[in-house]
Design a binder for this molecule. Structure first.
Ligand SMILES: *[C@@H]1O[C@H](CO)[C@@H](O)[C@H](O)[C@H]1NC(C)=O
Ligand SMILES: *[C@@H]1O[C@H](CO)[C@@H](O)[C@H](O)[C@H]1NC(C)=O
Ligand SMILES: *[C@@H]1O[C@H](CO)[C@@H](O)[C@H](O)[C@H]1NC(C)=O
Ligand SMILES: *[C@@H]1O[C@H](CO)[C@@H](O)[C@H](O)[C@H]1NC(C)=O
Ligand SMILES: *[C@@H]1O[C@H](CO)[C@@H](O)[C@H](O)[C@H]1NC(C)=O
Length: 481
């Protein structure tokens, strides 16, 4: 990262990262601090350990932490069962010559030691000429298909595990195959249990654009809170990271073609989308700091999917802010955000002291002498972040925010509050007046428990500054103590 800084890069795109540690102990967090001091934007993957809560990679507040969601393009393949039930899935391999005739359907997992369709588990099962139901896990998808094909299988239906829900992949396969959701996999099993002889086929339908449930958070996308600093909401944003088509270093087929592209999924795919968007924002606004670019991306993000419903997760239920952060990136809105929350590199020092790091620990990050006793440290929620995460006991808590006007010189914003359930949220003042560009204005947000607050619960809400032209939204999460 130091070498990249020396090279004079504008954006660092980090599709890598280790499990969360304290920031002074995390190479990327330390390296990225030097980068943002030079005005370099750093975008990083949230990690693919989902969907449990409280696991996050690259959660330092000076990084843009990027989760992954689907896009509205499906590479459709449909499992057609003998009872005429049709279950839509996906496959990047779309054989033109596969006759959609019904084949005998077999589930090796009912007798084998595991349902993953490895070479070993198929050894004593006759799958010749059959369509084979396999489950995700154990070995890589392409290797499952290879095992089925070398055992003489004709095709494969690949079903999810429960935790993977409705997240499905359009992947390269070596035989006709369709990947379906856990829920649809249960339907296949129910059909097999009820039918005396079960059959199935696959119908390949090619590319379909316009899935109105997109974007949906992928099961693997890491969820907050971020243990080293739960008082900063992470991830920051979600972006395209499922079934992303891109260049690849070898041919994935190894057979007849030399086409070097592949379709894969991960926060390693969503992070570079955000890096590219940050580069566009930086070229449109060369004077914007990394924190301003990040604020613009976060406060303008979308909460709704293309069908105008709340963005869902892999269970097809509305995703919470620990999955989506501020929402799904909306690049054209991000270029004209109205108001932004700026943070100077030195503003992170009182925050780091507030995490109760020792002077030496803060110095590892700051790369200079720091004496926390001589700095008035701040709680995490006081960092001028575009979202707010607080731990609320019985005492009211007030946090200051500073917004900078990058919209219209003369403008008036009023606040709209969608308070978390059980929380009284007041914003003072509730109107902000601007008469110049780059003018800064401050306001306070006060959190207090209402009579309906449930102890030991976690609740979410939003507040939004709205002018005639702009809408500047901050997500809020409250851990009620
Ligand atoms: C293609 O070759 C690579 C590298 O040898 C291997 O990892 C991959 O599994 C092969 N793919 C197929 C479809 O055989
Ligand atoms: C830091 O220490 C103070 C005093 O013990 C405590 O009130 C505060 O909660 C600690 N902060 C964190 C982030 O642990
Ligand atoms: C840090 O500041 C405190 C208070 O001013 C002082 O007592 C202490 O010696 C300083 N520590 C270092 C290492 O300079
Ligand atoms: C915010 O609250 C602090 C203390 O509670 C107060 O000193 C400050 O004037 C307030 N600022 C605004 C803009 O209301
Ligand atoms: C806390 O906030 C509530 C609601 O805004 C208010 O009624 C109450 O007086 C506040 N308590 C204190 C101690 O300031």
């Amino acid at each position: 990262m130091d070498a990249a800084i020396d090279d004079g890069v504008d954006v660092l795109s980090l599709s890598l990262g280790s499990p969360a540690r304290n920031f002074f102990d995390e190479n990327i967090a330390v390296g990225a601090f030097s980068a943002i001091e030079k005005g370099i934007f750093v975008s990083a993957s949230a990690g693919n350990d989902g969907p449990s809560f409280g696991i996050m990679r690259n959660g330092a507040p000076w990084l843009l932490t990027v989760g992954a969601s689907t896009i509205d393009r499906k590479i459709r393949a449909t499992a057609v069962l003998g009872n005429n039930e049709e279950l839509d899935g996906e496959s990047a391999f779309q054989p033109m010559d596969f006759a959609p005739t019904q084949l005998s359907l077999i589930y090796p997992g009912s007798t084998a030691s595991n349902p993953f369709c490895t070479q070993a588990t198929l050894a004593n099962i006759d799958v010749r000429g059959k369509i084979v139901l396999c489950e995700t896990g154990g070995i890589e998808t392409i290797a499952k298909g290879q095992a089925v094909r070398s055992a003489g299988g004709a095709a494969m239906i690949l079903m999810n595990q429960e935790t993977e829900g409705y997240s499905i992949s359009a992947e390269a396969h070596v035989l006709p195959a369709v990947h379906i959701s856990y829920g649809d996999g249960l339907k296949v099993k129910a059909y097999m249990n009820s039918a005396t002889t079960s059959t199935a086929s696959i119908s390949f339908k090619g590319t379909i654009i316009g899935d109105d449930r997109a974007p949906t958070v992928a099961y693997f996308s890491n969820r907050g809170p971020n243990p080293p600093s739960p008082g900063i909401l992470k991830p920051d944003i979600i972006g395209p990271g499922v079934n992303i088509l891109a260049a690849w270093h070898v041919s994935v087929e190894n057979i007849s073609t030399k086409s070097t592209f592949n379709m894969i999924s991960g926060t390693s795919m969503s992070c570079p989308h955000l890096s590219g968007i940050a580069a566009l924002l930086k070229s449109a606004h060369p004077d914007w700091s990394p924190a301003v670019i990040k604020s613009a991306i976060m406060t303008s993000a979308d909460l709704m999917n293309l069908g105008k419903n709340l963005i869902e997760d892999e269970t097809l239920q509305p995703a919470n802010v620990f999955a989506t952060g501020s929402g799904h990136v909306n690049p054209s809105k991000a270029t004209d955000p109205g108001l932004v929350y700026d943070i100077q590199p030195e503003d992170y020092i009182p925050y780091l002291c507030g995490l109760n790091y020792t002077n030496q620990q803060v110095e590892i990050i700051a790369n200079r002498a720091v004496n926390c006793s001589e700095i008035s440290s701040i709680p995490e929620a006081q960092l001028n972040y575009p979202s707010i995460s607080v731990f609320l006991g019985s005492t009211n808590q007030t946090y200051l925010r500073t917004v900078t006007n990058v919209g219209e010189a003369n403008s008036v914003y009023t606040v709209q509050i969608d308070p978390p359930p059980g929380i009284d949220l007041s914003v003072e003042p509730n109107t902000l007046q601007f008469s110049a560009l780059n003018q800064k204005v401050t306001y306070n947000v006060t959190f207090s428990r209402s009579a309906s607050a449930r102890s030991k619960s976690i609740v979410q809400g939003f507040f939004t500054w709205t002018s005639a032209k702009y809408s500047v939204r901050s997500p809020i999460v409250v851990f009620i103590q």
